[in-house]
Each structure stands twice: as C-alpha cells, then as structure tokens.
Write a protein that binds this ligand. Sequence first.
Ligand SMILES: [Mg+2]
Length: 277
Amino acid sequence: MGVSPLVSGYDQLILDLDGCVWIGGEPTPRAVEAIAALRGAGKRIAFVTNNSRLSGEDYVRDLWGIGVQASAGDVVTVGGAMQHLLAETRRGRTAFVIGTEVMLRHVADAGLKVLNGTDLASRSEIVVLGGTDELTYDDLRIASLAVRRGADLLATSRDPTFPKPDGPWPGTGAILAAIEAASGRTGAIVGKPQPQLMLTALDRLGEGRTLVVGDRLDADIAAAAKAGLDAALVLTGTDPPTEAELGELGGQDGARPVAVAPNLGTLVLGEENGAGS
Ligand SMILES: [Mg+2]
C-alpha cells in the first residue's frame, strides 16, 4: 500500500488523535491502514492530544486496541508537553498543581517540588492547571494567592467548555478564568493552539520535513503554524472551512493548510477506489 504524493514528501508526521485518528474511540475511515502504510513507507509518527487527564500509556493501550502499534515515546499528551517545558525551564522550583494524578506525576517527573497538601502551597513559584473534574474552593484559593504573589500560571488549555451529550461542560478555561479573575493576572497556555505540543513532538521525532495532521483550524493548524510546520486539515465530522475562515487563519498565523482532505485515510492513501487501495 503506497502513500499519496503529498505525504511522501515528508519524513515524519504529527497526528492529532481526537477527531483525526479516532472519534469517540472508533477509528476514522481507513486510519489504521493509513498509519500502517506510513510506517511501511519509513515515515516517523508522533500522536498528539490536548487531553491532560490521561497518560501516554493510556493512549498507547487505546492505540493497540484499534490495531495501531505504538509505544509511550510515540504519544505526546499536553501533560507530556507541560513536563518537557517545565523540565527545560523550571527544574528545581516549587509548584502547586490543579489536575489529575497524571498531571501531578508529570510535574514531579519534570524535577519540580510539588507543594500540594503542604502549608507552603500558596507560596509556590509555579501554578500548573490541567483538566480535572475534582476541584475545590481551596484549590482556587491557593492557586489565586500563589499567582497574586508572583507565581507563573501555566494551563493546558483556555477552552471554556468541552462537549458532552447533555451540553457543554465547564472546561480548563473556565477554571483558568476563575484564577485569573481572583489573582488579577493572566496565565500562559501550553496546549494547542500554542506550539509547545508540536515542539515536544519534534523533540521526540528528531529533525526532518514534518507534516501536522489535525481536524481543527483554530487548534491543530494554528499550533503547527506557530511551530513553523506544514499542516493538513481533515474534515472528519466537521464541515469544510469557508474561504473566510482559511483567510482569517492566514492573517493570524501567516499559514494555511497545505491540504484539506475528508479524512486521514484519504489524505494518506488517496481516494478509496484509487489504485493501490
Ligand atoms: Mg482533534
């Protein structure tokens, strides 16, 4: 099974998981075959996700579950990107973390001293915020005091909500807004649309011509542009972008997708009835 001329021009690909490789745990059309063909053509692959609740190992298990071979080094979660950033820039400093056990571990593994549960928590030098559905007033109080006292505030996302069957639920951006309102200071974002997730994936992949593939103009394509990388948009479950939306992105980030395809399978393998499928 060959790969398309577009894809064959790259040495390595960074693939968004949700909405690109799978939707709700179900692989998108021919995604598994596409990834196998990429590997067969000698392309290096990293998988990225803006979800900080699960570990890289959790995603490795899910990839094997749909028939894609992967190891922990192949998956970059936003928690992994946070760990990479913290290890390079804040090693040895103190942190208060709002997030899951997975995020606490990422911060500790980056070489920071986690002060959660101690009397010194509100004097932490860094406040790290990731996705969580366990949040107390004490968390907001400690984080806000620390940030007001000068701590750096780093969050995985500014998305105010995330979709659920009964409607949008409060997301990391809603918790971030509370801390910002109480502390009077603005946080920095580590996940998409900022480039750190792509930079961490590049750190894992090494040098080479790189294509990012994702399903969101304002997240994946924007993050790729900020990292200086080419990107392709897949329309799995979304409508094609309007010329205005593409133009707006070009205006913001000086880049637009090098390709737009119905899904990852078609981007990599070509049309379903084409030669080689
Ligand atoms: Mg996505």
